[in-house]
Design a protein around this ligand. Structure first.
Ligand SMILES: [Zn+2]
Length: 44
């Protein structure tokens, strides 16, 4: 058997649908907006 290392998988970075910035995978990885835009939306 050939074990597949975790780093072998292609990790596609999420891109904010609002500003186009790359979203750093954090606890809110299911969102399509970066923290900046999320806070902005939350603010308004
Ligand atoms: Zn954004």
């Amino acid at each position: 058997m050939t074990p597949t290392p975790e780093y072998f998988r292609k990790i596609e970075p999420k891109i904010c649908t609002d500003c186009g910035n790359t979203i750093e995978e954090m606890h809110e990885s299911y969102l399509n907006q970066c923290e900046k835009c999320l806070r902005h939306v939350e603010h308004s």
